[in-house]
Ligand binder design. Structure first.
Ligand code: SF4
Length: 235
């Protein structure tokens, strides 16, 4: 998916001018978790198996993505999945993106992130690489939709900070975490961690959970102690 914006540094393709600075690239459907709300089908072994034949190889990504997307203005590639880091060639792809002049942001569930792995990721992606992690809440209800404890994410965020690696957090919003959103936003605000909020989408196998996870607009009156505009990079 390419996200359009406006700005002065548009690319050109087929004689027309485009400005799509960010490419969100689901580079694999494979994942090392099985979250029930998963929108990409990564919690469904059969889908994952089928998708292996459709997944672009490193050479195809080189030829079809790196060599071409600058023509429509792409500057940043957001690597996602599935879990991007389960691709054996993940670091090669980060190096390739950098070689072509793109910045990278890695969306990850954090399971693989230890000091050694993070240093290797930064070596491959460069100093401006961003590690992006997801949080529902800071308590046990984090695992209401994520097949992992929040401590995995918090440890990864702390490790990034200690290594000087840029961080970002996606906060999924739903019924399960409405009551704790203020606490979550305060935590991120105090640590100056950029974030964005993301509502659930009825897509993939996770769609069956859509109606009991999403929240009616009228319930937003309970949220949070800080407004989105108070936050670094809050959207
Ligand atoms: S970590 Fe993300 S990609 Fe993996 S199963 Fe969970 S929601 Fe799906």
């Amino acid at each position: 998916m390419v996200t359009p914006t406006t700005g002065p540094t548009a690319g050109t393709a087929t004689g027309r001018t485009f400005n799509f600075p960010t490419l969100y690239f689901e580079a694999t459907r494979a994942c090392n978790l099985r979250c029930n709300i998963c929108m990409s089908g990564s919690n469904d072994p059969q889908r994952v198996r089928q998708s292996r034949q459709e997944q672009l190889t490193a050479q195809e990504i080189e030829d079809l993505v790196f060599a071409r997307v600058s023509e429509v203005g792409v500057k940043i590639i957001i690597w996602s999945g599935g879990e991007f880091l389960t691709r054996p060639d993940a670091l090669d792809l980060l190096r390739g993106a950098r070689r072509h002049g793109y910045r990278s942001s890695v969306c990850t569930n954090g399971l693989q992130l230890n000091q050694e792995r993070l240093l290797a990721i930064r070596e491959a992606g460069g100093d401006d690489l961003v590690i992006s992690l997801g949080i529902n809440s800071l308590d046990d209800s984090n695992s209401a939709t994520r097949d992992a404890e929040v401590e995995v994410t918090l440890r990864a965020l702390d490790l990034c900070e200690s290594l000087g690696i840029k961080r970002h957090v996606v906060v999924n919003l739903g019924r399960h975490n409405l009551q704790t959103l203020g606490q979550t936003f305060d935590y991120l605000y105090q640590r100056r961690i950029p974030w964005n909020r993301s509502p659930f989408t009825a897509q993939g196998p996770g769609a069956q959970h859509f109606w009991n996870k999403t929240s009616p607009a009228k319930r937003w009156s309970v949220t949070p102690t800080r407004t989105c505009g108070d936050m670094p990079s809050g959207t």
